[in-house]
Ligand binder design. Structure first.
Ligand SMILES: Cc1cc2nc3c(=O)[nH]c(=O)nc-3n(C[C@H](O)[C@H](O)[C@H](O)COP(=O)(O)OP(=O)(O)OC[C@H]3O[C@@H](n4cnc5c(N)ncnc54)[C@H](O)[C@@H]3O)c2cc1C
Length: 391
């Protein structure tokens, strides 16, 4: 495929650059503004219809072409802009599931809040002992007139303590093969009978409280909150997980991280000598560069297939596996270079970078396990891309 931009695409790229030059303060200024910056940013990008840019226009999105989405994402990452909207989960997979499987009433009820950064959805898939084998989930929803009565437990639910709703997979029929008895419910987290209990992480500080257990005790959920047909949950999960895993076309972020890592190496010492004189470190940095290039080429291959309409859903597993491994490896190298330096004290690179190396290295479960473990991604790649036998 020819990756030169058409005149229209170049004009769009220039529009994004001009917008960022006008409306996106520098990182230092944003830090001074703190959380107050975000609502203004979300409002401005919403006016441009860049929140939900990949959603159809009739659903309130931007209707951007695949190339325009790529350009917008690339420019925003290059500018180190914050996320394009507050409701990451809503924009990433809850909204798309409603668009694909929901009815008009659900579209009118939920999509505007996602786009206006008023909702904060979380994802209720995993249960104690049920993560990778998701189809075995047990959380039960029994029909009672116009309502379901939900009982059971979910675990590892990111940000449920600050969420507005939980996109929940429940078992509506225990008597059919496991994949066929699952349904998808949109549940208000304020519903009576829901209890959210924090799980504290070993990483401390930034990750101290990210995940939660969520308990459902006779929670009554209107049947009108079911997305898709009863028993269609597995199809919805597969589509949503693909969205979750494919949102990681992060090559520009990796480039920035490597630039910072090289800068940090240039300012660091190993055993009293300049770190960059160390052959092992130099080889490591060169290998990161090669891995980023591999990610870029793989991303371009996916983009080509998407534009041609021949994309293979399993590519999102390849992206997730490669990008997560890279991010963690670079973060660990950053942390090794920092040695005993405190991330929060003094005018060091560590403090300027706000402990991001430490967060990247210690927070690996978030990027690596969340959305499916590496083994599961490898199974998908082996079976669906390489055509290897199942066992
Ligand atoms: C930071 C973070 C955030 C998360 N957020 C959410 C969330 O918001 N909502 C949600 O529902 N869940 C969430 N999860 C849960 C996550 O999806 C599960 O932890 C994950 O799917 C793994 O499931 P498990 O923990 O039960 O591990 P298990 O499935 O028990 O896996 C244990 C080990 O066995 C391996 N394994 C399992 N099956 C196979 C197989 N068939 N072949 C080869 N190896 C296998 C796994 O790779 C892993 O190494 C989150 C997890 C983390 C760490």
């Amino acid at each position: 495929m020819d990756f030169d931009l058409s005149p229209e695409e170049e004009a769009f790229r220039d529009e994004v650059r001009a917008f960022n030059a006008e409306h996106l303060p520098s990182i230092e200024e944003r830090r001074k503004l703190g959380p107050a910056f975000f609502p203004t940013w979300w409002e401005k990008i919403r006016e441009k219809r860049w929140v939900g840019f990949n959603w159809p226009k009739e659903c309130g999105g931007g209707g951007g072409t695949i190339m325009e989405q790529y350009i917008l994402k690339q420019e925003m990452l290059l500018a180190e802009a914050p996320a394009l909207g507050r409701d990451y989960t809503g924009l990433g997979w809850v909204g798309p599931a409603i668009i694909q499987f929901g009815n008009d009433e659900q579209k009118a009820r939920y999509l505007p809040d996602i786009l206006d950064s008023k909702s904060a959805w979380c994802t209720g898939y995993s249960e104690p002992d049920i993560g990778s084998d998701l189809a075995a989930l047990q959380c039960r929803a029994e029909r009672d007139g116009d309502e379901y009565v939900v009982n059971g437990q979910k675990i590892w639910i990111s940000l449920a303590h600050v969420g507005t709703g939980i996109y929940t997979m429940v078992r509506t029929d225990p008597d059919v093969p496991k994949h066929d008895g699952i349904s998808c419910l949109l549940i208000d987290l304020k519903s009576p009978g829901i209890e959210v209990r924090p799980i504290e992480s070993f990483a401390g500080d930034h990750f101290a409280h990210l995940y939660n257990e969520v308990f459902f005790n006779d929670v009554r959920v209107p049947v009108a909150n079911r997305v898709g047909a009863e028993g269609q949950g597995w199809e919805i999960i597969c589509s949503a997980l693909q969205n979750e895993r494919s949102g990681i076309a992060e090559v520009n972020r990796h480039h920035k991280a490597l630039e910072r890592l090289i800068k940090l190496a240039g300012e660091s010492k190993i055993a009293g000598r300049p770190a960059l004189e160390n052959g092992n470190l130099r080889r490591k940095l060169a290998a990161f560069d090669a891995r980023i290039e591999a990610a870029r080429l793989n991303g371009l291959r996916n983009l080509t297939e998407q534009v041609k309409g021949t994309d293979n859903a399993s590519h999102s597993s390849l992206n997730k596996l490669h990008n997560c491994n890279l991010l963690v490896a670079m973060s660990e190298t950053g942390m090794e270079l920092l040695g005993g330096a405190s991330p929060y004290i003094g005018e060091t690179e560590a403090s300027l970078y706000r402990g991001k190396w430490q967060i990247g290295a210690l927070g690996w479960p978030t990027t690596v396990i969340g959305g499916g473990t590496p083994n599961i991604q490898k199974n998908i790649i082996a079976e669906r891309m390489l055509g290897l036998p199942k066992d």
